[in-house]
Design a protein around this ligand. Sequence first.
Ligand code: C5P
Length: 393
Amino acid sequence: MELQGKKILLGVTGGVAAYKAAELTRQLIKQGAQVYVAMTEAATHFVGPVTFQALTGHNVYCKQWEHDVSNGMAHIDLTRMVDCILIAPATANCIAKLANGIADDLLSSLVLARDCPLLVAPAMNKQMWQAAPTQRNVAQLRADGVTILGPGVGEQACGEIGAGRMLEPAEILEGVLSFFTPKLLAGKRVLMTAGPTFESIDAVRGITNLSSGRMGYALALAAARAGASVTLVSGPVSLPTPAGVERIDVKSASDMHAAVMARATDANIFIGVAAVADYRVAEMAEHKLKKDEGGPPAIQLIENPDILAEVAALPKPPFCVGFAAESRNLEEYAQKKRLKKKIPLIVGNLIQEGFGGEDNRVVLFDDHGVHPLAPASKSALARQLIEHIARSC
Ligand code: C5P
């Protein structure tokens, strides 16, 4: 419910993607937003106002001269009560009108009369998108402080392939969530690790652990939404790359170590969330080990480098944050780890309360003391952690 308490006026204009605005409405509402919909006349040819009325529970505003607002000032009233106007899809014609201050229907009048931010998700054929007037108009909107979401690249309704299609509803939702996130890490470069590592024994087997990567991925997304440029060095997980994050896939602790050390001096903040294997196999077998060749194999292990401790020991280290997943004595072990690795902040959690799941309970340990956070989803905790890190670094 990341949009709890937010009121959004969704403008729908006449493109084929108008049908996706219904799914977008659903997703915005699912995040707690109150959604009001204004449609152009052309949009009503693609999708009926009743759909939006049913989804939002509010009247849909279609015509300038027919509405239920008693003082006849719908265009002013609506914009005064919402936190933003989001137009999705926005046709080339709509964008041209907005860029030039034309107010010849209810939606364009709402936009001109607004005192709230405007977000626009363009949707059009690739030639229309590339056309010089459209590019001029979009540049003008950007210069006017409008947030442009997309467009996406791919197959278009007309069968052509290129830039111009509307972003998917989930991507637009992400744009809205990012828009409302305070930019606490603006200008900061964040380097992170997440997920497990996989230490090969032979061609098919290895040593790994049950880390899902969810906490690290939630933190990467929260850092990106907070305005940081984020590089995520990830062990093998089956999670989609968070929006706006550069992801580098690695397998073993040695790969992770190399990828991190190549980038650590450029980072302002390093967050080690990965469950890095403490040991790796001294010599990986070239071929699959066979059961019938001399009994159980003796596997010799050697220690992996401690990535976090090495980053913290750099001459000019970034602000380092570690994680301590323990099965008992959380405070004692987490504090010991923080001092041993010489890092300013460590996030402790009990394995039985978070490892591999959707929710977590964490306690922060830093120079100022012990800060327990209430149990919550990993994304809610990630937001609080980013706020704590932004205050500390
Ligand atoms: O020493 P331990 O594995 O318990 O410490 C956990 C913290 O150290 C985590 O932040 C983890 O990402 C990091 N770590 C690391 N390299 C290792 C082992 C742990 O960066 N080889």
